[in-house]
Each structure stands twice: as structure tokens, then as C-alpha cells.
Design a protein around this ligand. Sequence first.
Ligand code: ATP
Ligand code: MG
Length: 298
Amino acid sequence: MITVENLTKRYGSFTAVDDISFEVTPGSVVGFLGPNGAGKSTAMRMMTGLTPPTSGRSMILGRDYRALPNPARHVGVMLDAAAQHPGRTGKEVLHLIGMTIDAPKARVEQSLELVGLTPDEAKRRVRNYSLGMRQRLGLAGALMGDPQVLILDEPANGLDPQGIHWMRQLLRAYADQGGTVLLSSHLLHEVQIIADELVMIGRGKIVAQGRKEDLLGAQGTRVGSLDNERLSEAVRRAGIEFSGDRTGLLVKATPEAVGRIALEAGIVLTELHTTGSEGLEQLFLSLTAADARDAAAA
Ligand SMILES: Nc1ncnc2c1ncn2[C@@H]1O[C@H](COP(=O)(O)OP(=O)(O)OP(=O)(O)O)[C@@H](O)[C@H]1O
Ligand SMILES: [Mg+2]
């Protein structure tokens, strides 16, 4: 269980994390999604005791991270997969972690197996690892203490599509056994595959949160036409909420309702369907676009 309450971090007059609150319950994989610079890493550093919050607090298993005895046995943390010592082999890296946190010796092999690094790969030096192998090793390190909670910053960064699916399965199985997972990403696509719930953050603030299905389902109909400008006018006249870009509109109504509006206005449609994954994408883009504009104006 992770509980974040009004967590805030200011650097001078700049607010990197702005009053965020959310919970991650056992059995769930929550994706912490936001564009570059949104405040994900800063929030995770506060959760894991590396940066003191300006105000608010976060608790893991009901306690402040720093108050946990031997925290790595409760929380697996992966904040920067690139930080591993390049001259050591993967196996050595895990041995050292095991010694630091007093994990049983057999845990090294178990962790390697969990993340799918072969004995041959484990003997190579980290500097010769591919990006994907580094991520797997980072995850193995987080799993060394057999923790109930995982906090992973951009764990899927650099993984190929197969690797992302592999990670989904690993984290899903971990959560099904009662584990709690919070992972960050700046890529919607990654999070969409891996996480069940989402917390979206933009410029330090939470802009949307909830079950992935709900966030997807709340979107409505995607429509494209030969005259999107006139179509948006027609939708606006009908009093229906929508957002739009050059390629089409996202309308909070059924495809039938949108089709009728277009028919009455005599507009030729080129696309008309309920939104699936692109709905969430639209939401993410609109959130981040608004944030980018605000930032530019400020
Ligand atoms: N020590 C610091 N001093 C000043 N500003 C900081 C400090 N640490 C982070 N920031 C600022 O806080 C903001 C959030 O940074 P953070 O690294 O948390 O973003 P992020 O969401 O992890 O982005 P990314 O997807 O690029 O990893 C950025 O504008 C960053 O410059
Ligand atoms: Mg980051």
C-alpha cells in the first residue's frame, strides 16, 4: 500500500510537485503518467526518502519510507537504471545489493530468473548491457528484497514491444500475489499496456486519475471529415462537448449522434468510431498541450 497525501515540492519559486494525492492498493499496478518534466521522478524521490517534501507526506505500508526497518525488504525501488556500476557484472551488482539488504544468497539467482536474464548475460559487465538488459537488471535489483511494494521510475524505458508485454506479465503476476506497484512513464502507450490504473500528472499537478477502462470509456466518438471546422461548429451548436485537432474531433456523444449532426450539416465523414486507445491519447495530448502552452506563456 502506498499513500500519497498533498505531496508538494518547491525549488525556490518553482513548484515541481503540486499538492498531489493518490493511493496504490495491494493487487494493483498503477501507472504514473506525465510528459517530461511533469514531476514524476521528483514525486518518486520523495516517496522513497531521497528528497524531503516541502509539504504533505507519503507513506508506504502505513509508514514513512525512512521509518521502515530495512526498507528494501518492503519496497523495491528502481529510480535510475543507468546508475549501475558499468564495470561490474550483472550478478555482482545483485550480490552487492543482497549483501546490503541482508537477502538470502539464493535470491540473486531467483531475481535473475524473474527478470529473464540468462546466466550467460549475468556474467557480462553492465557496460556491455543493452538498454533493455539494464532495465531488467534494475528490476532484478528492486526485487532482491522480495518486497511487497515496487516503485519504478520509467522501468519500460528502452524496452521493445515484446519487452513491454513481458514486463506487463511480470508486474501483473506480482500484483496478483498481493503486490503493490507504482511505475512511471512519459509514454502513454507503455503505461496503457502495463498498468491497470492511471495517475496523470502535468506540471506537478494531477490532471486525471482512475481505472484505465474508465479513462478510456469516458471519451466518446472520434470523427474526421472533409471540413472539420464546419463540423466543430455544428457540434458546438448541438451543445455537445468536444475537443479537436487538425485531423478530427473527439466528441462526447455516440457515433450515431455525431453522424446525424454531420448529415444535417451536409459534411462528408472520413472517420467515425467510438474511441479506444486513441481516446486516452487525445486526453493525454490535450492535457500536456495545455500545460506546454501555460508554460510558454508563463
Ligand atoms: N533539484 C532540483 N532543483 C531545481 N529544479 C528541479 C530539481 N529537481 C527537479 N527539478 C525540476 O522539477 C521538474 C520536474 O522534474 P522531474 O525530474 O520530476 O520530471 P519527470 O516527470 O520525472 O520528467 P521526465 O519524464 O523527463 O523524467 C523539472 O522542471 C525539473 O527541472
Ligand atoms: Mg523522470
